[in-house]
Design a protein around this ligand. Structure first.
Ligand SMILES: *Cc1c(COP(=O)(O)O)cnc(C)c1O
Length: 464
């Protein structure tokens, strides 16, 4: 088990190379429950199996039973499109069994991860003192940051409230609601006429709140998941400062935009965050699973998150201020998951990231322009980042669902409808830097009322 099977190793590395060499990863259509159950049945036994037989189950039946995220044709959700460079280093992270728990055990990986965090902090404009760690995703980043917000906020405001509150909007990501639930906090909903939290709306909501001292934090979103809109970060920062609130910026999806000059201004105010989450596995071309969590004042986070136990004393012998990523989030053991981003940043430079992100922004604007110019399609709102919401004027939810299913079946794209102000709409989310105008055109042709072609016409045609 711990002796290398060279033949198996060669087969695996050949497969890695074959996969990484594909010009375009096939989209595929997901998996069939019965087929998967049949292929997996009886595979785990006391005596085991021939490794090549199991590898072939993996290659033939498991790995392909997906909808591939690393193709420009994946336009649903927010995809994950790791660069080849970042994937290669991820292989090394596994081969070297690199962890990133403490300075004692993993000084090199931690130093490199911190360099990548520094690059993000610099791009955001956070002070030199800022720092944090990489966690598994925006959800765990939000949870970890809001725990610090809660404990710090309560002591700062002298409160011992049974149920502290956090200001959010209806467009705040679902993981924030979950985090509040876990942390015994309640959301304070700030109304947003146009899906963006503004300073005025926040101030008014706080003024109306009977127990204003219960409110310990505000979550500003820099890139809503549904529409890619950015809250008024600078205005919210002002209110947060005046009222002593912790300002958490959830930039899990949109945060990559700080590298893109064409949208950088929209992020003004992000530099005032007390905590910030950006997911490199979303729009910074890193493999799963990776979210950067940064704090303006890391000792505040350390005070809340450090785990104390006799068996951990050795890693906390940090008289010289050495960095333990385990002290900055709700976790202990962790993979050095920031290394693929570090490697990519070091190789391609921040300019490489800028160019990739700008290209997806260009594609979103191109799609929006095409939609605006097409009779029968309506752009729901101008894209701020790389999400485009639009409607086909004569369609209802079932039409969008049929469209979505047909596009996947035809392997044209994976798109999903969403809802906007209670109405079903089409949504395209671009994060792949190699998305082309031709592909945007190809996808839009399938929903353009003026395009009629062969049997497609019957499928896309709305039958009233
Ligand atoms: C995706 C997303 C999250 C959750 O991040 P995960 O990495 O999926 O856990 C949180 N907030 C926003 C704004 C997101 O887009």
């Amino acid at each position: 088990m711990h002796t290398l099977d060279h033949k198996l190793a060669r087969l695996v590395f050949d497969e890695c190379l074959r996969q990484l060499s594909l010009d375009e990863v096939p989209l595929k259509t997901g998996g069939d429950r019965e087929r998967l159950a049949e292929k997996l049945a009886g595979l785990i036994t006391p005596s085991g199996n021939d490794p090549e037989a199991v590898l072939s189950v993996f290659l033939r039946d498991i790995a392909p039973a997906i909808i591939a995220c690393d193709t420009p044709r994946f336009m649903a959700f927010v995809s994950c499109v790791p660069s080849k460079t970042s994937v290669l280093i991820d292989v090394l992270v596994s081969c070297f069994a690199l962890h990133g728990i403490s300075w004692l055990e993993a000084a090199g990986p931690v130093a490199a991860e911190n360099q990548a965090l520094r690059a993000l902090a610099d791009a955001a404009g956070l002070p030199a003192s800022a720092g944090g760690c990489f966690v598994s995703g925006g959800s765990s980043g939000n949870l970890s940051a809001l725990l610090v917000a809660r404990d710090t906020g309560l002591s700062r405001r002298g409160g011992h409230r049974a149920r502290p509150k956090v200001a959010v909007t209806a467009d705040t990501h679902s993981s924030v609601g979950k985090a509040l639930h876990v942390l015994g906090m309640a959301p304070l909903l700030v109304p947003t006429p146009d899906h963006r939290m503004t300073a005025r709306a926040l101030r008014d909501t706080l003024a109306r709140e009977r127990h204003c001292e219960d409110v310990v934090a505000v979550v500003a979103t820099a890139g809503t998941t549904n529409a890619g809109l950015i809250d008024d970060l600078a205005g919210i920062a002002d209110v947060a400062r005046q009222q002593g609130l912790w300002m958490h910026v959830d930039a899990a999806y949109g945060g990559a935009g700080i590298f893109a000059p064409s949208v950088r201004e929209l992020f003004t105010g992000i530099e005032q965050a007390d905590s910030l989450v950006v997911d490199p596995h979303k729009w910074l071309f890193s493999p799963f699973d990776c979210a950067a969590l940064l704090y303006r004042d890391p000792p505040a986070a350390q005070a809340v998150h450090t785990q104390q136990a006799s068996y951990l004393d050795a890693i906390h012998d940090d008289a010289d201020g050495l960095w333990n990523p385990s002290d900055y989030a709700y976790h202990l053991t962790r993979r050095a998951r920031g290394l693929p981003l570090w490697f990519g940043l070091a190789v391609h430079g921040t300019d490489g990231y800028r160019d990739g992100i700008e290209n997806t922004l260009t594609m979103a604007r191109y799609a929006a322009d095409r939609i605006s110019a097409t009779e029968g399609l309506t752009l729901v709102c101008e894209p701020e980042l790389s999400v485009v919401l639009f409607r086909r004027d004569d369609w209802g939810l079932e039409d969008y669902e049929r469209w979505s299913a047909k596009l996947l079946e035809d392997q044209i794209a994976f798109v999903l409808p969403t809802s906007w102000q209670g109405e079903p709409v089409a949504r395209l989310c671009f994060v792949h830097p190699e998305t082309t105008k031709q592909l945007v055109d190809e996808v839009l042709a399938t929903i353009d009322p003026a395009v009629r072609s062969g049997h497609d016409a019957q499928v896309y045609e709305h039958a009233h």
